[in-house]
Design a protein around this ligand. Structure first.
Ligand code: HEM
Length: 215
C-alpha cells in the first residue's frame, strides 16, 4: 500500500493478528493492489472533477460487477447483512452529484443475478471490493480538495456509521467463520486477484478514455 494513514496502519496491524485468512489474502493480492494503486494515482483522479468522474466510472463498473453477489441469498446467509454493504447506489448518487451518469456502453458484469455463484470465488471478490473501503480514508481526504465529501460526490468513500475499521473488522470476522477446504481457500485467493484484475481493466477503460479526451 502506498499511503497508509497512521490510524489505518494500526487498525491493519490489529486485524492481521486476528485473521490469517485475511493476512493471506492481503499477501496474495499485494502486487496487483500496488499496481492498481499506482495506475489510479498516476491518472491523478483528484486533479479535477472531470478526472474524479472518470475514477467514479471505474468504481461503478467494479461494484456493478459484484452487485449480484451482494444480494445473493446464499452469500447473505454466510455473511449476514451482506446486501447492506453494497455501495453501488452510493456511487450512482456520487455520479449524479457530479452531473454524470453510469457509462452507457458497458460489458456484462462479472456476476449475473439469479445465477448460482461459486462461494469461495465469490468470497475472494467480496474481500477485494469490501477491503477497498478501508483504503478509502485516504481517497476521501483527497476528494475533499475538490469540495467533495460523504454528502456530495464522495458518498461511497465515506466511513460506515459504525466506523470504517469496525465495519471492516466485522466483515473479516464473518469471512473467517466460513469453513473452507484448502482447495477452496485457493479459489478465494484467485477470486480476490480476479477482482483486482477487473478493477485494473476498468481503470484502463475509463481513465485512458479521459486522458485521450485532451489531456
Ligand atoms: C478499486 C480500487 C481499489 C481496490 C479494489 C482496493 C482494495 C483494497 C483492499 C482489499 C484492501 C484491504 C487489504 C487488507 O488489509 O486486507 C485495501 C486497503 C488499502 N488500500 Fe486499497 N484498493 C483500491 C484502491 C486504492 C487506492 C487508489 C489507494 C491509494 C493510493 C488505496 C489505498 C489503500 C490503503 C492505504 C489500504 C490499507 C488500509 C489499512 O491497511 O488499514 N487503495 N484496498
Amino acid at each position: 500500500m502506498t499511503h497508509p494513514t497512521p490510524s489505518a496502519a494500526s487498525s491493519a496491524a490489529a486485524l492481521s493478528a486476528t485473521s490469517s485468512r485475511r493476512a493471506r489474502l492481503k499477501n496474495a493480492t499485494r502486487d496487483i493492489h500496488e499496481r492498481l494503486d499506482k495506475r489510479i494515482m498516476d491518472f491523478q483522479p483528484f486533479a479535477d472533477r472531470e478526472r474524479y468522474t472518470a475514477f467514479l466510472q471505474t468504481q461503478y463498473a467494479l461494484h456493478r460487477d459484484v452487485q449480484a453477489l451482494f444480494v445473493d441469498p446464499a452469500l447473505n446467509a454466510l455473511l449476514p447483512q451482506l446486501a447492506e454493504r453494497s455501495r453501488l447506489a452510493l456511487i450512482e448518487q456520487d455520479l449524479h452529484d457530479l452531473g454524470a451518469a453510469p457509462p452507457s456502453d458497458q460489458p456484462a458484469p462479472s456476476f449475473t443475478f439469479a445465477a448460482q455463484h461459486h462461494v469461495p470465488t465469490a468470497l475472494g471478490w467480496l474481500y477485494t471490493v469490501e477491503g477497498s473501503n478501508i483504503g478509502a480514508a485516504f481517497l476521501l481526504k483527497a476528494a475533499g480538495r475538490l469540495g467533495l465529501d460523504g454528502r456530495l460526490g464522495a458518498r461511497h468513500l465515506a466511513p460506515h456509521a459504525d466506523g470504517r475499521a469496525a465495519h471492516w473488522r466485522d466483515f473479516i470476522a464473518q469471512l473467517d467463520d466460513v469453513q473452507l477446504s484448502p482447495e477452496e481457500e485457493s479459489h478465494v485467493d484467485a477470486g480476490a486477484r480476479a477482482a483486482f484484475a477487473a478493477a485494473l481493466t476498468h481503470v484502463e477503460r475509463h481513465c485512458k478514455a479521459s486522458r485521450q479526451a485532451g489531456r
